[in-house]
Design a binder for this molecule. Structure first.
Ligand code: ATP
Ligand code: MG
Length: 388
């Protein structure tokens, strides 16, 4: 049977003159994602993308993969057939037989993109509905609240039959919104923040700061695993791993204890900004969440970014922790995030961090540090790892 996958475009259809560009990005991303599972012919007609398998492959896996591609509003498997009313009925029965047997009520909905087709959408729905009802008398038509919705689409090349559409990943195709650097710790929040920004079409460069030997090799591996988990949605990622031990030690030695965390944050921001500039990125992304810890009060967040000149996006700023946890579970990063390896910030966290640091006191404290050299050293010692 000509089983194919259909992906309906979401917001892209509102893009006016830029639409083609968005669509091409979406097609590229679908090709890349489905290409991992086998050979497909992938093309767009009207606002739908068609993925036709060119060999025997696991279509259920392909459907699941298609659901992770940002830019598709809904995703479904469908059976193609000749644009002929009898063939269509035959295909409905073959393809949706199990669903038909299980349901008590149904409705047929038709769409006719090909206006040459000799029946109107309503006529076609009535015809197919009538035939199905004749062959399966247990199934009653219900126009308002049917248990089974049978969709028939008459398109350029063929007719397609499918059951209800399932939810796609939504958002915009990765790559259509430029690039940003995302600060990825090993926690629950930053992978979710990264996911949300990628969903708006942004290609991410994750950066992670580690404090070996205060933090273990396992902590570093955990973040690489998180980045790999994000590639399901974001495509290939190259994570930048930056040594942060020397900076943290210098801060601990030379700055007031209550300011350690916010000064560490400012170094992360500076280094991330440098990386962003070198890679044509437009902003930084963090998993900060208002009031969650001492370093995330409005005052601390303000001071932590008042050393860079690039926008800092914090998509989780107003989320409740449980909502963040739900999202982490949904996108599949939660189990890795809760592995018990410490983050560099936790290791150096003072007993009483200042919750309302002032910019001038922080700047005075930083006068004891050779900021430029520390940043430069960390950057030259960084390593880069491909995550697939
Ligand atoms: P997360 O769950 O993302 O670790 P958190 O609640 O533990 O968040 P913090 O540790 O205060 O929060 O960090 C706030 C944000 O700063 C993180 O979401 C992340 O974007 C960034 N960050 C913190 N530590 C690191 C690190 N070691 N490497 C990269 N980014 C970091
Ligand atoms: Mg953390």
């Amino acid at each position: 049977m000509n089983d194919i996958i259909l992906l309906k475009q979401g917001e892209i259809i509102l893009k006016g003159l830029n639409r083609r560009e968005f669509e091409n990005k979406l097609i590229d991303n679908i090709k890349r994602r489905l290409g991992e599972l086998g050979k497909f012919n992938i093309y767009a007609l009207q606002s739908t993308i068609y993925a036709e398998p060119l060999e025997e492959l696991d279509m259920e896996a392909a459907l699941q993969a298609a659901k992770t591609v940002f830019g598709a509003f809904s995703v479904m498997r469908a059976a193609g057939c000749e644009k002929d009313k009898e063939k269509i009925v035959e295909t409905v029965i073959n393809y949706l037989g199990d669903e038909i047997n299980a349901a008590k009520t149904f409705k047929v909905e038709s769409k006719r993109a090909d206006k040459q087709f000799p029946m109107s959408s309503i006529e076609l729905s009535q015809y197919v509905g009538g035939e199905i009802h004749n062959k399966f008398p247990h199934l009653k038509p219900d126009m308002h609240n049917p248990e089974l919705l049978i969709n028939v689409e008459i398109r350029e090349l063929a007719a397609y039959v499918h059951g209800p559409a399932t939810r796609g990943a939504g958002g915009l195709p990765v790559g259509s919104g430029g690039r940003m650097v995302t600060l990825l710790s090993g926690g629950i929040d930053s992978p979710v923040a990264s996911y949300m920004i990628a969903k708006r079409g942004v290609q991410l460069i994750p950066i992670h700061f580690y404090s070996f030997p205060y933090t273990s090799v396992k902590a570093k591996e955990k973040v690489i695993t998180l980045a790999k988990e994000l590639t399901r949605y974001c495509g290939k990622l190259k994570i930048e791993l930056v040594p942060f031990t020397k900076i943290s030690e210098e801060i601990r030695e030379k700055c007031p204890e209550g300011l350690i965390t916010v000064i560490m944050r400012r170094f992360m921001m500076r280094i991330a900004e440098r990386l962003a500039r070198d890679n044509g990125c437009t902003a930084l992304v963090t998993g900060d969440n208002l009031g969650q810890v001492a370093s995330q009060t409005a005052e601390a967040l303000a001071v932590s970014e008042q050393c860079v000149n690039i926008p800092v996006f914090r998509p989780l700023i107003a989320f409740d922790k449980r909502d963040i946890v739900d999202m982490a579970r949904e996108i599949g990063t939660f189990e890795t995030s809760i592995l018990p390896f410490e983050d560099c910030c936790t290791v150096f966290t003072p007993k009483r961090p200042k919750t309302k640091p002032k910019l001038d006191e922080v700047e005075v404290a930083e006068m004891n540090l050779d900021i430029e050299t520390l940043v430069e050293e960390a950057l030259t010692q960084r390593e880069r790892i491909d995550c697939k």
